[in-house]
Write a protein that binds this ligand. Structure first.
Ligand SMILES: O=C[C@H](O)COP(=O)(O)O
Length: 252
């Protein structure tokens, strides 16, 4: 049975002091968890967050990384740098990186390869835009995003991949995909994995849902058969809300 995962993507929020404060609150609000709990603060606060959480079950992830091992890439961060401060998981392919920083499937495939080569785990995000859903193209778009960035991988590499389906129209908008819409897409993703690889792999890959998950809707979404937890934006910045979402994942 797949373990539930709840990951908080803090995006460009919380300075150093605020990061330490929120982590301290989370440690109080989430004393234990059967679900896996991950937080992704900003780059500059990762080292401190990892130190603060040493020995805790809450894991620290990065929100992005560069594909090169090092070199003349001003402003960028490599997998090795992340690992050197205790970070072993990286979010790749978030729709904000795709939309505002021009990250396309080909670039993401390179980042995926670099992260895996460095021995990191990847939370890989993808999902359709509103007009694509309105035109009924959402399955095609998701299939393309997965195939272009991930389907060159061999089977064993998928042990290090967590998928995060995030319909762009549901991110930060307060509009959530219905639990049925999430389940329908997650089942489609598993079928795509099964067709491209095999049934066992398709059953084992965790698939998170992201997009306006809140304490009030988390339980219903997480209870769907193919939903293994969530990638949480706004609600991960409030300790009580994030704790309630983790509790919902444990009960689902
Ligand atoms: O990475 C998280 C997603 O973008 C969801 O953000 P949100 O929960 O604020 O809608």
């Amino acid at each position: 049975m797949r373990k539930k995962i709840v990951a908080g993507n803090w995006k460009m929020n919380k300075n150093s002091e605020e990061t330490a404060h929120l982590i301290a609150q989370l440690r109080t609000e989430i004393p234990q968890s059967d679900a896996e709990v991950i937080i992704a603060p900003t780059f500059v606060n990762l080292a401190e967050a990892a130190t603060q959480l040493k020995g805790s079950f809450i894991e620290v992830a990065a929100q992005n990384m560069h594909f090169a091992e090092n070199g003349a890439y001003t402003g960028e961060i490599s997998a090795d740098m992340l690992k050197s401060v205790g970070v072993r998981t990286v979010i790749l392919g978030h729709s904000e990186r795709r939309a505002y920083f021009g990250e396309d499937d080909a670039l993401l495939a390179k980042k995926v390869d670099a992260a895996l080569k460095a021995g990191m785990r990847i939370i890989f995000c993808f999902g359709e835009e509103l007009d694509e859903r309105k035109k009924g193209e959402h399955f095609k778009v998701v299939e393309r995003q997965l195939k272009n960035a991930l389907f060159h991988l061999d089977g064993p590499s998928w042990e290090h991949i967590v998928l995060a389906y995030e319909p762009v129209w549901a991110i930060g908008t307060g509009e959530t995909a219905s639990p049925e819409q999430a389940q329908e897409m997650h089942a489609f993703i598993r079928k795509t994995l099964s067709d491209g690889y095999n049934k066992q792999l398709a059953e084992e890959v965790p698939i998170l849902y992201g997009g306006s998950v809140k304490p009030g809707n988390a339980g219903e979404i997480f209870s769907k058969a193919d939903v293994d937890g969530g990638l949480i934006g706004g609600a991960s910045l409030v300790a009580a809300d994030f704790a309630a979402i983790v509790a919902a994942a444990q009960q689902a």
